[in-house]
Write a protein that binds this ligand. Sequence first.
Ligand SMILES: [Zn+2]
Length: 452
Amino acid sequence: MAEKSYSPYADSNFPQQVYWGDTHLHTTLSSDGFISARYGLSPKNRLDLEDSYAFAKGKTVNAMNGMPMRLSRPLDFLVVADHAEAMGLMYGLASNDPLLRKSTKGRKWISKIKQIIETKSPAQAEQIAWALDPDTQYFIDNQDENDREFRQSIWQKVITSAERNNDPGKFTAFIGYEWTGMVYAGDGRGWWHRNVIYKGGGEKVAQVLPFTQLDSNKPEDLWAYLESYSDKTGGDAIAIPHNPNLSGGKLFKTKDSYGQPFSQKYAVTRSRYEPLVEVTQTKGDSETHPCLSPQDKLADFGTWTWFGDKGEAVNSRKYDYVRSALKLGLQEQGRVGANPFKVGMIGSTDSHTSLSNIEEDNFGGKLLDLEPDGGRLQRAENWFEQNFKLKNTLLAVARGNPQPIVKDGELSIGTVMKVTLSMDHRVFDGSDGAQFLTGLKELLENPTDLVL
Ligand SMILES: [Zn+2]
C-alpha cells in the first residue's frame, strides 16, 4: 500500500487523450462519389485524395461546385474508405487510364463512356452510368489479370497518399476501404457494410488487395481475409460495421450467414475483428428506435430506414440497433461463453464528396449533387435529396382554430392556422421565407394542386 501514490490517476496507464476524426470518407474513387447528375462522367476538376487530406487537416478546399469549404477545427485522423468494389473504375474509364486500355474489355468500356460524356447531358450520363452497373458488370468475379493490375495501381495510389499525409503526433492517415456487403432488392435485402482499417503502414498493406463483395458477401469471409492478412504480413486490421439501421434485421442477428446459431468461435472472431460500430452518420442513427425504447424521448432522433413499417421490419428491429444488440451480446455470452457484440460506438460522415464536413452549421452534403448552394430553402426533387439534402429548415404547423376575422368588410368566424418557419439566417432570407409561406398557403387553400 505504501508504494501506491496518493492520486489514483498518477499510476493510470489507460489512454487519456481523446482524438477526433472520420473513419468513413468516400472520394472520386468510389463510383457513387464520381457519377453525378451535375457533372455527369466528366473527369474534369475532380477533387483527389490529396484534397481530402488537406481538408481534414484544416485547409480551405473548393468543393466541386466551386464553393470554398473549411472545417471549423482540423481532424486528428482520417480514413479514406472508398468502396472496394470497382474502386477507381469510373474515374479510370472516364480519364482513359492506360492500364484499363490494355484489355479489350477496358477499351470497349472506355469508348462507351467517352460517347456518353460527349453526347449526353450530365443528368442523362448519370442515369446511363448507373444502368451499366459498373460495380458488378465490369469486374464480374475479380479473376481477371488485367483487372488485378488496375486494382493494384488504384490501391497503391490510396496507400501512397495516406503515407504522404501521415504526420505522426499531429495527424494520422489510416489506410482503409469499405467492404460493401449487401443484398439490394427482394427477399433478404439489407446492408451489412464494413469499413476495414489497417493498423500498419503501406509496406504491409500493399501486400494485399481490398476484399470486396465480389470475393464474398459474408462477413465471416471478410474476417478470414483479415486473419490471413495478419498471418501473411504480421499486420493487424479491424472492421467497423455501419448503418445497422439499414441492415434489414441482419447486422446483430444471432445467427451466422448460414442460418446457424453462433458458435463460441464465431463470437470470439467477431469481437476480435469488430470492436466498434459506427452508430451514427448521414444515413441515420443506429443506437435505438422508438419501438425498442418507448420510454426514451430521444429514441426517435435521426431515425431512418427504407424498410418501412412492415411487420417483419418491426419484428427484426432489435437486430438493427446497438442498444438492443448489447443485450443480445450478453445473452449470447451466457450461451456460448463469449460476447460477439461487445462493441464501442463511434460516429462518422460517410460523405461522398471527398470532404469530411458534417457539422450541423457546416454540412457539405452527402453526395456531389447535394453540395450546399447559396440558398437555404430548396424543394427536394428526388429520393436522395429528400433524405440527404438536410437543409437547415424547420416548419412548425399549429392546429386550425376558429377566430374572428374581417372578410369583405364584415366581421365573421374563420379558421386561423399558425405556421412558423425557422431557417438558417442570411441577410435576405426574409424574401425566401415569404415566398415559401405564400406557396404553402396556396397549396393549403387548393390541396388538389398537390396531386395535379
Ligand atoms: Zn460508405
